[in-house]
Every structure is written in structure tokens, then in C-alpha cells.
Design a protein around this ligand. Sequence first.
Ligand code: PLP
Length: 392
Amino acid sequence: MTIYFDNAATTSVSKTALDAMIPALTENYGNPSSLHALGQTSNQALDEARRTVAECLGAQPNEIYFTSGGSEADNWAITQLAEQGKKKGKNHLITTTFEHHAVLHTVKRLEKNGFEVTYLDVHEDGIVRPEELAAAIRPETALVTIMYANNEIGTIQPIEELAKVCHEKGVLFHTDAVQAVGHLPINVKEQGIDLLSLSGHKFHGPKGVGALYCRRGVRLTNFIEGGAQERNRRAGTENLPGICGMAAALKEAVDHLEENTRKVTAMRDKLIEGIRTIPCSRINGSLEHRLPGNVNACFEGIEGESLLLRLDLMGICASSGSACTSGSLDPSHVLLAIGLPKEIAHGSLRLSLDEVNTMEEVDYTLEQLPKILETLRDMSPVWEQMKKEGRC
Ligand SMILES: *Cc1c(COP(=O)(O)O)cnc(C)c1O
């Protein structure tokens, strides 16, 4: 038995997405830029996928640029708008302390190259305060980039308010919405989002494909030089199978958003309730403003890594936080950002669920988890010490 509770790292490709990819991998192999009939068939498929993605976001097709994934979309939006700002004497950026590394490392590189960066606090609940954003904006602020929902603790930001603050001060607002798209209702126009990054493999599309939404009127400079693809902004023959798969997966997710949310939220809440009965445990991040499928907990006296290995032995695929930082021994920057001490942040567990999971899987996990924790704590000198001191 395999229980897959690592949907924030990546998801399985849905049947709908796969079916949409097959023609582009087989008979419709033409290059969308070719003038012959086969090329034009591909070009039509590309147009249709772009229309679908645009509709799902409340955007126009000519505001969608396909990329190789969420990381590229983040890099593109941030570096290009920062560079444009610099030309106008704007050398200040605003982000938060708990962004995905695709944003944080991009911003860090710009910081090395002369930009000043303000990292907004996300508080204990994992939520940015709009008034603190307002106070941080300066006349020389080129861009604000704040993630829609966090990939480790699942907390959802007040996006409309943040965008409004930016617009009142004439600053552009980008959001890494990779965890939100396909999981939360999004309308870029109503929410006032200028730029948004998304990635196909976080909502049952294929890996290696994503998109950047850029509002009309915002100048987006080229990211990859070469051919005229993506309206001259991003060269390279389009990943048509990936793009078609992603568009189909997104439409499916958006069409079923309400029922999926209901189902996933019920499973999440049951897990959270069960975990809360385990001694010396805590749930990280706001319970109220949280992705339907995110559970993130810390258990004192244990190492997250050993917990993951034991869960894996019982057939449960989980994560200690971000897939990108696993393998390193540093505690999660997200958990440190919400103020957890290092020793507690080490004992973290992320279970990320979605609509392909079942309540039986939740029940099984709630049976196994306390047993595993007990075994691990019995072997832990730290736990022994905590008990002696009466801390647990
Ligand atoms: C997964 C993820 C990314 C990276 O997307 P890729 O398509 O894997 O490059 C960026 N930001 C967040 C919040 C993510 O969860």
C-alpha cells in the first residue's frame, strides 16, 4: 500500500491531462511555428491551451506566457521587473522571509548585485500584514513579490489587500501562486494581481511546464533570447504536450474546485484533530487561512528525518517541509520565519493531501503516527530529558 501525502511536492498526472498530451506526443508533432498544416494544427492546440489557462485565471490569452515551470516564472517576473526598475532609479524590492527558494534565491542574487531588499515578517501565524507592507514601500520600490499560499505551512496571504496597498503606492505586485492555482479560487483581475506564477505539476498536470501571467500594460522584457515564441518574450519551441496537459489539468481542477475543497478540507481537519491529541505536538501556521490540503506539525523530542523514514516503511509518503531542502540538515527557513526555535523546527512533518486521497488513508495514518512517535521518543535522549524536567 502506498499513501501519497506529498502533493505539495508534486502530484500524479491525471487521466484528463494525459489524454490531452497524447495527440501532441503522437500525430500532432508539428512545430507550432511551421506554416504547413501540421504546424498549424499544433498552433491551434497551443492557442486553445492558452485560452483555457487564461479563462481559469480570469485573464486574457495574450497575458499568458508559457514557461518551463514555477521556478522559471518566478525568476522571469522578478529579474526582469527589477532590471526595468533599476533603469528608472528604483533599486528596492519587497518580499517575505518565507518565500519558496525560486523567489528567495532570485532576490538574494539581485541583492548581491546592488538591490536593497526588505523581507517582511510573516508572524507566528504565517501571514503578512498589509499595513506592514504599506510601511515598507518606498518611492524607489521596483516590485513587491509575496507568495499566494506557502508550500510548507499552507498559509494563505490576504492577496487582494496586498495588491491594493501596492497599487495605491504605484508599485507592481507579483505573486508566486504555485500552491494556490487549481486549489483556491483565483481571478487576477478582481484581485488586482499584476504578475502571477503557476506550475502544472502542482495540480495534476505534467512536470516541466508552467506559466507566467503578466497584466496587459505591464512591460515584460525577454527572458530567453532566440526565436519569436511567446510573443518574442521567451524563445524556444513550445513544450506542446506539457502545455496541453497543464491546460487540461487546470480546467479540471477549476471545474471541480468546490467539491474537491470540501472533500480535502474534511480529511485535513480530521488529521489535524488527531495530531492535536498527541502530546507535545503543535500545528504550524494559521488554521483559518490555510490551503485545504495542508497539515504541518512539529513533534518535540524527535528528528523529522527519522519520522519520515518510519512513515515510509509503513507506506506513507510525507515530507518534513519543502522537497527542495530535504537532504540538508538545516531546519526549514519557513518554520524559523514563524518563530520556531531550531530544535523544534527539526521535528517537523508536512502531510499534503488532495482529492485523490481518501478518508481511509487518513484513518490509517492516524493509527500509525502515534505508534511511530512513541517508538522514536522512547529512543530519544532529548525526550528523556524533557520528561525528567516535566516539560512533556
Ligand atoms: C513547486 C513550487 C515552485 C517551483 O515550481 P516548479 O514548477 O517545480 O519549478 C515554486 N513556488 C512554489 C510555492 C512551489 O510550491
